[in-house]
Write a protein that binds this ligand. Structure first.
Ligand SMILES: Cc1cc2nc3c(=O)[nH]c(=O)nc-3n(C[C@H](O)[C@H](O)[C@H](O)COP(=O)(O)OP(=O)(O)OC[C@H]3O[C@@H](n4cnc5c(N)ncnc54)[C@H](O)[C@@H]3O)c2cc1C
Length: 510
């Protein structure tokens, strides 16, 4: 039997950056809201993206309106979400063989759109970024790109919203939508830890489920035309560049490198897949990206690679699905009022970018607020988000360290556990960056799990399960990049986990 346990104004489905941004906007306007996420925050595309806060230049030629949107949002986020952003700046680099006609068109559109782009001489660029392949570089331009930590950004939005009274339920899946007549009434959800199902009654339901949005809409009998583009990324063990570096040509595979805290990411591919759960990188994708990367960066393939991962782009094709290739589909977004599908009070938000999430949330909440008769205007462009909870670089610490690579202390772990939406090791990892550095959890994950056990947050059986889950996940990402120093690291980790914890099967996967 299903019991009614919660009533709210707005139910938001999806704890990626879009859902988190919507919750923060609703909370600032004083609208009562609950967010449901089936796994941990940023489980979907948000936690699997490149972390490039676009200055807009990548989209200039394909869609200059999206480019201008990215530039405006980039500037806003640099003032309200400083804690998640590193203002690295960026280069766009024309490599021998790249179309000079494209470069001229790009420059012309940058001028028209007002995005500041400046050519610099090649020697200056090489001095700043010694990895650039000097013999291949033709022209270099500075652009207003930056690096953003998608975990921090999502968690900062959720923290701000919960501090203002919003509620977040993670590891909880929306199973059914409750509709009477043509009016949405809420949803039936299932707590995946306890197995308990309950209903949440709401005046409005917002579908912010990213690549899963079509499956949520289908629960109301509504068809959303979506395509899924799998993008694989390669994580290097160190920062190889100071800036975001893009290839200056029609967007393609493996043409961007983004520094991200202690590592950097090369990406990405764009492969059509039929399901949002098709998340496995392939060896062919990695080889292809490294080969392309070598045209812009010297000896890239010899650098130590930590792992790879893939995410799914939620691409909305609209009502006219005219067979465009994934890279041709706009990175713009759509707010859909399903009154047009005879379901009142139900809205979907699809497409878009991490960079434009705040604007997406603003436009969605404008529509919802009007429906609810709330007059309070959007405040997310002026209100500074709370700082990230943990994982900040520390120059001197007295506290015992859990993770030396990422400077995560025992107190960081404890602070993370206090957050209302932190229910598992995946969330702790995203809050603190535990296990994300060069040793990939060899020394820190078991220490963290033991500490959780000592503090009576988990049982002995859960300890083992958590270690196994973590190692299995790491194993998936490591298997195509095990050579050189990373292979030695892998063998060391295997030794530690096999000998100390008898985790034979899981350790074989790392
Ligand atoms: C490889 C790759 C690289 C990218 N790089 C960049 C970049 O550098 N810069 C940029 O600006 N953008 C980038 N993007 C785009 C960006 O990541 C996405 O546009 C953005 O993260 C989408 O966020 P979202 O919240 O809409 O979706 P998601 O992050 O996918 O969130 C949807 C959430 O809904 C949850 N959910 C689904 N079904 C249910 C259910 N039944 N019940 C409860 N919860 C449910 C999922 O678990 C998921 O957490 C990239 C995308 C990819 C794939």
């Amino acid at each position: 039997m299903i019991s009614v346990t919660i009533k709210t104004g707005v139910l938001v489905i999806g704890g990626g950056i879009t859902g988190a941004g919507i919750l923060w906007d609703l909370a600032l306007r004083g609208i009562d809201a609950v967010l449901i996420e089936q796994k941990e925050p940023a489980y979907g595309a948000t936690g699997r993206c490149h972390g490039l806060l676009h200055g807009g230049c990548r989209y200039l030629v394909k869609d200059s309106a999206v480019a201008a949107e990215c530039y405006r949002e980039n500037k806003i986020l640099q003032s309200v979400a400083k804690g998640a952003i590193e203002n690295t700046g960026g280069y766009f680099v024309q490599v021998k063989g790249d179309d000079p006609g494209y470069v001229e068109q790009w420059l012309n559109l940058a001028g028209k759109t007002g995005i500041p782009v400046k050519e610099i001489d090649i020697q200056t660029a090489i001095k700043e970024e010694p990895l650039l392949a000097v013999q291949n570089i033709e022209r270099v331009f500075t652009v207003p790109d930056a690096a953003v930590d998608p975990f921090d950004l999502t968690l900062m939005n959720l923290t701000g919203a919960t501090q203002r009274g919003a509620k977040v339920f993670t590891n909880t899946r929306v199973e059914e939508l409750i509709i009477t007549g043509n009016q949405i009434r809420g949803a039936v959800v299932k707590d995946l830890a306890s197995g308990e199902s309950y209903s949440i009654h709401a005046d409005i339901v917002v579908n912010a489920a990213g690549a899963w949005a079509a499956s949520i809409a289908a629960k109301a009998g509504i068809r959303l035309n979506m395509k899924y583009g799998k993008g694989t990324l390669v994580v290097f063990a160190q920062r190889l560049t100071k800036r975001v570096i893009n290839r200056l040509r029609k967007p393609g595979d493996g043409d961007i490198i983004v520094p991200a805290k202690s590592v950097c990411l090369l990406g990405t591919t764009d492969i059509p897949v039929s399901s949002p759960d098709d998340l496995d990188p392939t060896a062919a994708e990695i080889t292809k990206m490294l080969n392309i990367g070598e045209e812009m960066f010297d000896h890239l393939s010899e650098k130590r690679i930590l792992r790879t991962f893939a995410g799914i782009r939620p691409l909305y094709t609209g009502d006219n699905n005219n067979g465009e290739q994934n890279r041709e589909i706009s990175r713009g977004f759509a707010v859909i009022n399903h009154e047009k599908d005879a379901v009142d009070g139900f809205y979907s938000i699809v497409g878009g970018k991490l960079t434009t999430y705040r604007l997406m949330a603003e436009q969605l909440v404008d529509v919802v607020a009007e429906k609810l008769g709330v007059k309070n205007p959007c405040q997310t462009a002026e209100t500074v988000l709370p700082q990230p909870v943990a994982g900040q670089v520390k120059l001197a610490v007295e506290e015992p360290m859990l993770c030396e690579c990422e400077q995560v202390t025992v107190q960081d772990l404890e602070r993370a556990c206090e957050l209302p939406f932190c229910r598992d090791l995946h969330t702790i990892r995203k809050i603190t960056r535990l296990g994300l550095g060069p040793c990939q959890g060899t020394f820190c994950i078991w220490r963290a799990v033991m500490l959780l056990y000592e503090n009576q947050r988990i049982s002995a059986a859960e300890c083992r399960q958590l270690l196994q889950e973590f190692l299995a996940e790491r194993g998936k990402g490591s298997c195509f990049t095990l050579w050189g120093d990373q292979l030695k690291q892998y063998e060391l980790a295997r030794g530690i986990y096999l000998n100390n914890f008898q985790l034979g099967d899981a350790a074989d996967e790392i």
